[in-house]
Every structure is written in C-alpha cells, then in structure tokens.
Design a protein around this ligand. Structure first.
Ligand code: HEC
Ligand code: HEC
Length: 277
C-alpha cells in the first residue's frame, strides 16, 4: 500500500513524509533524554539500546533493583532452580550448581543445534534440560515458569555483551531471519526495518520508536503488559501492529528472526530484567 503511494504520480516523496501523511507517524523530538553515564553503558559502536529511547521515569524503574518489578521473576527463577522435578527427580541445581555458573551462556543464544540441525534459543535450551535431563514436561511458552527461568539465566549474564554467532552452520538461518526483517507484511505493508532501521527517534502514535536492538533486554517487564514478556511476544505485537498474522512464539520463523535481532544487538549489554513502557 505504501509502495503504491511511493510511485503515485512519480513524486519522489521521502518515505518518512509518506508515513507521516498516512497518519502513521508524527514527527517527534527524536532521541531521548538519558543520563550521561547510561549513554556510555547502553550505546555501543553507535548502536543504542531501547533503554535510551525510554523516558527517564521508565529508566529509573529499571535502574533500581528494588523497584524493578522484573526482579520478582528473578526470585521465582531461583526458587524453581532448586526444585526437584520430573521422573529423574533432579533440579537444575543438582547438575549446574549455582545459577551464576551459567554466566556467559545467555548472550550466545540462539545458536546452531547439531541435534535438530536448526537454531535453538535459550527458552528451548532450558526446556531441553527439562525434558531430557529431568524427564519433566517442557514449560509452556510465556508461562510464568519459563519466563522466570529465562529471566534468571539472562540476569546472571547482566552487563556482558550480546555475542551471537551468525557464520558457519548458523548462516542460512541468519539469512532467513534477515529476510523476515526486510519483508513487507500485513495490511500496512510494512517491514520491521521500516520502523526500526528507518525511523528510530520518531513517534508512532504515543511510542517513541527505538532501533529494536533488544537482544540483551528480553524477557523484560512492560508497563503496558503489567508483567514480564518474552522477545517472541514482542515480535507478535509488532506483527499485529501492521495487521499481519503473527507466528507462534517458539516457531522456527521467530527463532531465526531472533538471531537476526540479537546480531543487531551484538556488543550491547545484557540488561535482563529490563523495563519498557
Ligand atoms: C541431570 C543434569 C541436568 C539437569 C537436571 C539440568 N541440566 Fe542443564 N545441562 C545439563 C548438561 C549435561 C548440559 C550440557 C549439554 C551439552 O553440552 O549439550 C546442560 C546445558 C544447559 C544449558 C546450556 C548451557 C550452554 O553452555 O549452552 C542451559 C541454559 C541449561 N542447561 C539450563 C538448565 C536449567 C534451567 C535446568 C533446570 C530447569 C537444567 N539445565 C537442568 C545437565 C542438566
Ligand atoms: C509500525 C512500526 C513497527 C514495525 C513495522 C515493527 N515494530 Fe517493533 N516496535 C514498534 C514500537 C512502537 C515499539 C515500542 C517502542 C520501541 O522500542 O521501538 C517496538 C518495539 C520493538 C522491540 C523492543 C525494543 C526494546 O528495546 O524494547 C523489538 C525487539 C521490536 N520492536 C522488533 C520488531 C521486529 C522484529 C519487527 C518485524 C517483525 C518489528 N519490530 C516491526 C513498532 C514497530
């Protein structure tokens, strides 16, 4: 639909102008007012975390571990960590010791999994230990348990740079994720790139668009959700915003997309549990 408008009468409208005319965007101040030291932490090689596009009030909630509601999930994750379950009657702790032993793991997922010959992300990796090591049932996507454990596993790597590999056997999946990012879809006929590469710093309705570099931020607490949510939940929301049919959380399409999104975040720090509007 926007494509047609671009060509209308051969007038070379800037893409932004078109979108503003279509009433999708309003021109905003651009950039966010963040404290100077946060800038150093959350801006790496010109890449900015969504943190820097949040309001100072939202940033303040994230910055204080006592007010950050995401820590309720970290705590729940710790309880589950020590809970024996499944036919093997084992807990994560029985095999892995303290959760801090997994420091450094979170920033490297998704990665190629030789067993299934496709990518595996961190939620799926946790569930594999549930089903194969503990002989317990996999946790459902977006369940409180899976969110809590993923948040704990993310939290123990807080501050470390996102560092996913996209070469070797991961390459074809990375390419698929990238293609997804640039593919127009939905009634609004827009790709991820139209919002997060072309227009960060502009307002779309009440939201200040970020660069979508959330590789180190999810699961995060959204004030709008009033709870923690996964990166795939965010993908579903963004697909729905352009009135496209969302994929299932945990689908191959979203895990491939996740690798691309995390690669865009390589170098930015893990900030789980982050807080956003
Ligand atoms: C019976 C022992 C056992 C239990 C119980 C267990 N794990 Fe594991 N876990 C392993 C082994 C062994 C590996 C390494 C497998 C491999 O190298 O492929 C592993 C790997 C992992 C990894 C990936 C580490 C990496 O370096 O990529 C994560 C994350 C993980 N486990 C989380 C958990 C969580 C969370 C639980 C509890 C819900 C759990 N595990 C329960 C044995 C266990
Ligand atoms: C119509 C514009 C639009 C499109 C298209 C869009 N998004 Fe978003 N997205 C948003 C808005 C608005 C937000 C919330 C503010 C922000 O962080 O940009 C957001 C947030 C995000 C975030 C969270 C950023 C953070 O740090 O909290 C991620 C990740 C994301 N989008 C990924 C995607 C992906 C992947 C696609 C393509 C499937 C996509 N978006 C398509 C508008 C869009």
């Amino acid at each position: 639909m926007f494509r047609k408008r671009y060509r209308m009468g051969g007038i070379a409208l800037s893409a932004l102008g078109t979108l503003v005319m279509a009433g999708v965007f309003t021109l905003g101040a651009g950039g966010a007012s963040a404290c100077e030291e946060c800038k150093g932490k959350y801006e790496v090689d010109g890449k900015k975390s969504g943190y820097l596009y949040s309001t100072p009030a939202t940033q303040a909630i994230q910055d204080d571990d006592f007010t950050n509601p995401g820590f309720l999930w970290v705590e729940r994750g710790r309880q589950l960590w020590a809970k024996k379950e499944g036919e093997a009657n084992k807990s994560c702790k029985d095999c892995h010791g303290e959760p801090e032993k997994l420091r450094g793991v979170f920033p490297t997922y998704p990665k190629f999994d030789p067993k299934t010959k496709k990518l595996i992300n961190i939620e799926q990796r946790i569930n594999r230990c549930r089903t194969e090591q503990m002989k317990a049932k996999a946790w459902k996507w977006e369940s409180d348990e899976l969110l809590s454990m993923t948040t704990l596993v993310g939290y123990v790597s807080r501050g470390m740079p996102v560092n996913v590999k996209v070469d070797g056997p991961a390459k074809p999946f990375f390419e698929k994720g990238k293609a997804f990012y640039f593919q127009r879809r939905g009634q609004l006929d827009m790709a991820c790139k139209h919002c997060h590469i072309d227009f960060p710093g502009q307002y779309i309705r009440a939201d200040l668009l970020s660069e979508g570099r959330a590789g180190g931020a999810f699961p995060l607490y959204r004030l709008k959700w009033q709870k923690l949510g996964s990166l795939h939940r965010r993908f579903r929301g963004c697909n729905k915003q352009v009135r496209a049919k969302p994929y299932k959380a945990g689908s191959d399409e979203y895990v491939n997309l996740e690798l691309y999104v995390k690669w865009r975040s390589n170098g930015l720090p893990v900030e789980v549990p982050a807080v956003r509007r």
